[in-house]
Design a protein around this ligand. Sequence first.
Ligand code: FMN
Length: 271
Amino acid sequence: MSSSDIPPFTPSEFKYTAPPNPGWRFGQRIEETAEGRAWMEGEKLGWKTIDPSAEDPSKLYFLLVSGIVPRPVAFVSTISDTGIENLAPFSWFNQVSSFPPVISVSCTRSADLTRVKDTLNNIKSVRGFTVNIISEPWIQQANICAIDAPDDVGEWPVSGLTKEPSIHVKPARVKESAFSMECELLQTVDILDPATSIASTTLVLGTIKYIHVRKDMLDERGNVDPGKLRPIARFAGTLYGRVSEGYRITRHAWQDAEPDVRRVVDGGPKT
Ligand SMILES: Cc1cc2nc3c(=O)[nH]c(=O)nc-3n(C[C@H](O)[C@H](O)[C@H](O)COP(=O)(O)O)c2cc1C
């Protein structure tokens, strides 16, 4: 599809639908639905099996970031020990624990392993940072902050985003973000290049000290409503995705499901 064929972005309401195959029964195989059969057709073309240790690192990077999707994006605000402020997006990001509340962000070095990201240097020296969840209305402002600008060009003024002072950590949070976390460095883990033993990537674990959430994002239970937050998802390269539809699937409890599960697995309930 050429860029002139791509329709414009239109904000849309978050829509709930029924899940795929809503009538699924315990033990039902994928071939029992037309969609499942169509999915398995592709498997007839065979498999490509990759040994990461024998793969070109840049090809491996693109294969992994296109396969491990969709990723959430942490928009990280940091400050250096001399007071230089920094903003950058990171999609090797997730929550790793809720009690204590801990998140992870992973920072790569440059391909020749010489350049460490300012974000990592700042987190290590100041030990505090903020993670701001990006919403569709300000994705452009966040995306520009991945620019490889020289040190004297600050991302805040280029982005047009607004600093909101944090209450526990030194760097500001982003006012436009409807869900921000003030984090304290818990631990860093260096991932070593097997040939040189130099860190190629550093995993940062941060303890969440404060959460700031906009009241209009909350549902009646006090949780964030995805339709209001309008978060973004990241695929490989420059591709972002939308979260505009959702469906619920029952989480079965053994207590209720046991007879039905046993009927399928053992051919009938055990007495
Ligand atoms: C959406 C998006 C996600 C990114 N995710 C990561 C990531 O997870 N890890 C990483 O090291 N760089 C990532 N980058 C690249 C950094 O944002 C980029 O290198 C940035 O300039 C780093 O800034 P700094 O050197 O000021 O810390 C990502 C870029 C974009 C646009």
